[in-house]
Design a protein around this ligand. Sequence first.
Ligand code: 13P
Length: 247
Amino acid sequence: MRRKLAAGNWKMNGLAADLAQIDMLVAALPSCDVDVLICPPTTLLERMSRRATGIFTGAQDCHAATNGAHTGDVSAAMLVDAGASHVILGHSERRADHGETDAAVCAKLLAAWAADLVAVVCVGETQAQYESGETLDVIRRQLAGSIPDGPTSARLVVAYEPVWAIGTGLVPSLAEIGAVHGFIRAELAARFGERTAQGVRLLYGGSVKPGNAAQIFAVADVDGALVGGASLKADDFVPIVTALNAA
Ligand code: 13P
């Protein structure tokens, strides 16, 4: 049985005052039987980790090296030191804004695992790739290039985030989400074996909201969500977690 995971990616949002949202989340969740993860900006990670009782906290990126002359970067060990248990890697915004290649993401996963972080690796096609029917080819390539050998189901989570669905209010059809998630699990099984593949949690991400969460969570092979905008406010995120708990 895969334990469900509701993950929030705060992206470059959040100041100290927004930590109050975490207090509301903690207060609302004691009866939930799903894992909840919030990935705030690095500046809030330690403070959030201290007050997020019962909630996992994670980062949104890490450097591939353990330490050294990399101005502005943060290592996996530093994230653990600040209270992180997870790290999002290969988000499409990092691939687009910072030119992160699959090989770079792969190196970061190894660094994350070496520091005992759970890696939430993101894959997903652009609108042009979607429209030209390349979705599965893109996903296959990103999975092959971004995930190193040796994953375990405990330390790998895969998030399918169609780039065109992020922050747009657009969502693939439920059939499309199911097809891609089934494809991802089959690809993982072919490379890492059925046992590992059956244990890895697959999240859908891209315009998940309180109003569409329950339908998405009913799709086979969807084990949770990676939520951007709707994770910033407890009023939006709690109903999403509740829908996952009921799924
Ligand atoms: P939105 O939920 O704002 O579309 O963002 C999704 C996302 O990119 C999460 O990583």
